[in-house]
Design a protein around this ligand. Structure first.
Ligand SMILES: CC(C)(COP(=O)(O)OP(=O)(O)OC[C@H]1O[C@@H](n2cnc3c(N)ncnc32)[C@H](O)[C@@H]1OP(=O)(O)O)[C@@H](O)C(=O)NCCC(=O)NCCS
Length: 279
């Protein structure tokens, strides 16, 4: 434990308890405090597939940590401590509480620079970098044919996503498709939905980069003139391509894992995440 944590424990009136619908307004205030763009609906989507814990002091939410179980892999996300309470061990306490909920399996997260030292201390190891791009989308024609899909396609698309990511998240993809748009190519798919300041495209799952580029181009065409965000695994190599579509590099994070298990992979690859929170 650091000197600061040892000297200044979190306030004694602080409680850690399961996150419920009554905490959403307080959780939203915390994510706004750290400058994250989530709307109430974005927290709603995350919580529809997650459980979590909150730290509360009276009625005030002073910390959050969530986890989403997608088959054998759990994603930890929305880990936030009120800035007035940082450096006193509360982040570690919340992480330990949420890790206990999904103990025993593989855990993944995307770390901010602030969160990384804590996750390293808890045993997480960096696996790759994520590049966040966003901006006003420019319209161009995709080089491959892209057609519209529906929620009814998700069963098949979720299997492509599982091969690419190791995550079993058909329920999440169905929720996104029900509210957003499904883009289909011969060798892949993408989902487009409202998020934060505009839209986000992800996941983008494809057999090859040409298909991924066409899916992203179609998403930019559909949202042209509006704000579009995409979170790219660095190794996907599409940063330059999306910059040309108007989406500038705007930060990112470090993907980390604890107890990663060998995945049963197939022909598909993830070219963009659903979000940094949901993988
Ligand atoms: C990341 C965050 C949740 C940490 O919360 P916190 O309450 O300040 O964390 P803690 O006080 O429990 O510190 C956790 C550990 O990390 C260590 N740590 C924190 N910052 C560090 C740094 N810059 N370098 C080295 N170690 C650091 C602490 O010393 C402590 O170690 P210890 O438990 O062995 O003493 C908080 O900074 C935050 O909300 N940041 C903004 C939102 C964010 O980026 N969240 C992460 C999303 S992935």
């Amino acid at each position: 434990m650091s000197e600061a944590s040892a000297q200044t424990p979190p306030h004694e009136a602080l409680e850690i308890r399961p996150l419920g619908p009554e905490h959403v307004a307080g959780a939203l205030a915390l994510s706004r405090q750290v400058g994250w763009p989530h709307r109430k609906e974005d927290w709603g989507l995350a919580l529809a597939v997650s459980e979590g814990v909150v730290a509360t002091e009276g009625d005030k939410v002073t910390g959050t940590a969530c986890c989403s179980r997608f088959g054998a892999v759990s994603l930890l996300n929305m880990i936030i401590v009120d800035e007035a309470m940082r450096g006193r061990g509360l982040g570690r306490q919340l992480m330990q509480a949420v890790m206990a909920l999904v103990a025993g399996g593989e855990m993944r997260l995307v770390a901010t620079r602030e969160g990384l030292p804590l996750y390293e201390k808890l045993g997480f190891v960096a696996t790759h970098e994520i590049r966040q791009h966003q901006g006003i989308a420019r319209s161009t024609e995709p080089e491959l044919s892209i057609v519209a899909g529906t929620v009814a396609d998700i069963g098949q698309l979720a299997e492509m996503d599982r091969q690419a990511s190791g995550l079993e998240r058909r329920g999440l993809l169905e929720l996104i498709a029900a509210e957003g748009q499904v883009l289909l190519a011969e060798n892949g798919f993408a989902l487009l939905r409202e998020f934060g300041r505009g839209h986000v495209v992800g996941p983008v799952v494809a057999k090859d980069a040409a298909t991924a580029r066409a899916l992203i181009t179609e998403a930019a065409r559909r949202t042209a003139g509006g704000f579009l965000r995409i979170d790219l695994p660095e190794a996907a190599g599409l940063s330059e391509f999306v910059t040309a579509l108007g989406l500038d590099h705007a930060g990112g994070g470090t993907a980390m894992a604890l107890a990663p298990a060998p995945a049963d992979t197939g022909d598909y690859k993830t070219y963009a995440l659903v979000s940094q929170a949901l993988g």
